[in-house]
Structures are given as C-alpha cells and as structure tokens.
Design a protein around this ligand. Structure first.
Ligand code: FES
Length: 465
C-alpha cells in the first residue's frame, strides 16, 4: 500500500473540527472535519499516496494545492481525486490506485536499474525494433491506464448563469473584488477551487481572525444575494465572455461582461537529486498543512531556498510548533532578508550559497545532503521544504479571448467602453493579487476592492449606451 512511518507531531493549534471516520483500503482511520483528505492521511502516518507510472518511485504531498499529480486517490469509487483539496468526510471510502495499491509490483525494480536508462531515455525508442515494441506497447498500455473507470453515469445538464462580473479565485483579492462589485450593485459570480473561501487565509477567517476589511468583504459575499458563490468551482475554459466552471457535480456556463482573475501564484520547486521523494514538498505546502489542516508534515524541517518567502514561512512553521533546523539558501549574491536575524536567534541555521546534493536515508527521510569542501554534510531533518520563488497561476489568460478585444492581465488595457474613465480603464480580464505579483495580503485586498469598484464603473455603461 503505502510507505508509512510514525505519525507527524501535532501543531501548537490542535485540529478543531469534529472527529470523522473514514477508511483507506479498508483500514479505518480518524480525522478532523475541515482537514483535507491528504492531510488526514499524513496525520495517520501515510506518506506515499501514489507512484510514478514509469519508475514506480513513491510520491507524497508536493504542493497541497491541487496542482500536481502526486496525491491522486480513488474516493468513493471516483478515480483520480486530488486528495489535498478535498475535505475528508465521515464514511469516506478511499483507495490507493494502480501501482500504489499493488502488494507486489515487479516494475519497482526499474527504479533500481536506473543506470541502464540514461537521462533522456524514452520507451518509444523500442519502436525501432518491432518485437520489443510489441512486447512493451502492451505493458505500457497497462501501466498508463492503471485505474479502473467508474460505471458511466448520466451527466447532469449544464447550468447557465448570467452575471456582470466573474471573479476567478476566492482568496483575499477575489473576495474583496466580489464584495466591492456587489456593493456597487453588480451581479457577481465568485468561483474558487476549494469548498472553503479565503485561500491561504482560510483558517484564520474561519476563526474570525485576519484583516478587518477582509472579514467584512467575506461577510458581504456570503450575505449579499447578488453574489453567487461557486465553491468548489474551477474555471476550466473561457470563450469570448463565456466561462465553463467545473463544479464537481456538473458544469456551469457563466456569461460575464468582465472578469477578475485572482488565481494566485504557484510556488516553484527546486531541482536536486531526491526532490521527488515523499517528505520533500513545497514550503508553502508545509505551511498550508500546518496552518490550515493543523498537521505538521514532520518534526524537524530543513528548507531549501532561492526566495525570501522561505524566511517568512519558516517563522510561521516555528510558531506552529515545527522545529526548523536550517535554511539552505542556494543564492550566492546578496544579503539575507531582515527577518533572518530573528530566525537565527530562534536557532535556525542559515546557510548561504548552499549546494544541495541530495536527500539522506533510503527509506524514511533522514536529512538534507549539502556539498561541502570537506565532503558531504547531512543536515538532520525528517521533512524538507523547497522555496523556489513564485509563478503566476494565470493559465486562463492563455485560453481567454474576447471578441477582438485585448485580454490583458496585470496591465492597463484599452477601455472596455469609449466613455470609461480615461485614467482607469479595465481589461476584459483583469488580474489582482498574487497572480500579478502582489503577495502582501492587505495590498491584495486593497487591489481586489479597487478592481471590483472599477468593474462596476465599467459595467454600468453598456446599459447607458
Ligand atoms: S495536487 Fe495534491 S499534492 Fe499536489
């Protein structure tokens, strides 16, 4: 099934939801309501959720955000569910899929014979040899289609919603944009990938904490009849001013005059040997698990960094009760952020110009290996975070078109209407928050509120003319 180890430590803030019972491959487990399924499994000591299809290498939580293939599980008969963004529910039946579920999998030997497969090796090379290809083709088909499809069900008809403004992303910037637009009288659809609103501030908001203007905006979008919340609601396609939203149970077609893109940013991984092993994940995933799911992915963390956000996350992890033993900053050019001094005082070793050579330990992760003048050094830890900087989650801009009008994110576009305010034109698809590089929560809320008001100023005009 999965490579288990001792359960992780509890955070300083104990899980607050009611207890729920679920089962993994028939094994009964307990969790707390509000936790993601992947976090609940991690809390139960399950670290390997899937295996890579080719080399069968174990895979655990990587992003905790629904953006990688590492945590796919079969849930209540539905295959390939991203367990890190699905809340655990009482009575849930969870199964590992394909190679992960197999008790005996001879193909795991391929990983051990890695030396026979040079970098860049592709199985299709066998195609040059007919007999070998015929043998391999069947095997490849079997390994690629590892999961059983569910019985076909009737597809519910698509729902259609007409709105003035679609806000894609239900984090702080998106909530603020939706609230401001609704306050100005627009019909708004707010679509977020997760069932809970708030993005990275979700848990804080649930406990009535966080910036007052964000709390007020959240209350408005929940109470204002002009706001339709689609959560979960993943916008998967955009055609002209029509957007298709996957609501989990059915598809919704939203037609909106304007859209605000508040989809946030992805943290990037850092390449080094072993960075795909369970226990090595994005630092934002460590943070998300600790602060939102109240599960520590390990007791002692080492962070590999090319970005200052590692230092802010380290402070949050320390506050949550995780020991952060070191930050291995691979940058060689520049000083440390101001917060580094506090971290150093708290016992975090700061290693500048680090050269990461791998991960220690054959089974359980034992530490981070650094290349040093005197050989290799092992920084002892049981979990590793990677902070490789941020990249806009702006895929929608590449698929969005709007009847000949420029679709621009993060820039001023030409006015939607000739009499729109000259100094504040709004693009058909306007970016706010982390998707355009605004990482500060207060600034993102302000930016979102401004975009919502601006949308109202623009959308009010078609009816005029
Ligand atoms: S999608 Fe779940 S860990 Fe990446």
């Amino acid at each position: 099934m999965s490579a288990d180890r001792r359960p992780p430590a509890a955070t300083n803030a104990a899980p607050q939801g009611a207890p729920v019972r679920f089962a993994l491959n028939g094994r009964p487990l307990e969790a707390r309501e509000g936790q993601s399924l992947a976090a609940a499994l991690l809390a139960a000591g399950v670290t390997t959720l899937t295996r890579s299809p080719k080399y069968r290498r174990p895979r655990g939580i990587h992003c905790a955000r629904g953006h990688c293939p590492n945590c796919l599980l079969r849930v209540d008969g539905v295959p390939h569910v991203r367990s890190c963004i699905v809340p655990v529910r009482d009575g849930m039946r969870v199964e590992t899929e394909g190679a992960t579920a197999a008790r005996v999998d001879p193909l795991r030997a391929i990983d051990k014979a890695g030396a026979l497969f040079p970098v860049g090796f592709q199985y299709r090379w066998f195609k040059r040899q007919n007999l070998a290809w015929r043998l391999w083709e069947g095997q490849l088909r079997r390994t690629a289609a590892e999961t059983e499809m569910p019985a076909p069900t009737e597809v519910p008809p698509a729902e259609r919603i007409a709105a003035d403004l679609l806000v894609v992303g239900a984090g702080p910037a998106g909530i603020a944009a939706a609230a401001a637009a609704a306050e100005a009288g627009l019909r708004v659809v707010l679509a977020g990938r997760r069932a809970a609103l708030g993005g990275g501030q979700r848990t804080m908001l649930e406990h009535g904490e966080g910036p007052a203007d964000l709390q007020a905006a959240l209350a408005r979008v929940r109470d204002d009849a002009r706001v339709r919340i689609l959560a979960p609601g993943t916008v998967v396609a955009a055609f002209d001013k029509r957007y298709l939203v996957d609501a989990g149970t059915h598809v919704i077609e939203v037609t909106a005059v304007l859209s605000v893109l508040a989809t946030g940013a992805y943290e990037r991984a850092i390449p080094f040997p072993g960075n795909d092993r369970p226990g090595v994940m994005l630092t934002s995933a460590l943070r998300r698990l600790a602060l939102e799911d109240r599960v520590l992915a390990g007791r002692r963390a080492a962070l590999v960094a090319t970005d200052d956000s590692a230092y802010a996350h380290a402070a949050e992890l320390l506050a949550a009760g995780m020991e952060v033993v070191a930050i291995a900053d691979v940058r060689t050019d520049g000083g440390l952020p101001a917060s580094a001094a506090d971290l150093h005082a708290a016992g975090v070793e700061l290693i500048g110009g680090a050269r990461v050579s791998g991960i220690g330990g054959r089974g359980a992760l034992r530490g981070l290996l650094l290349a040093a003048a005197a050989g290799e050094r092992l920084v002892r830890c049981d979990v590793v975070g990677m902070s490789g900087g941020w990249q806009a989650a702006d895929e929608l801009r590449y698929v969005a078109t709007s009847d000949g009008q420029a679709v621009v994110v993060g820039e001023r576009a030409r006015p939607l209407h000739p009499d729109a305010p000259a100094d504040e034109p709004m693009a058909v698809l306007q970016g706010v928050g982390a998707v355009v590089g605004t990482r500060d929560v207060a600034a993102a809320v302000e930016e979102g509120a401004r975009a919502g008001a601006l949308a109202a100023a623009n959308v009010a005009r078609p009816a005029d003319g």
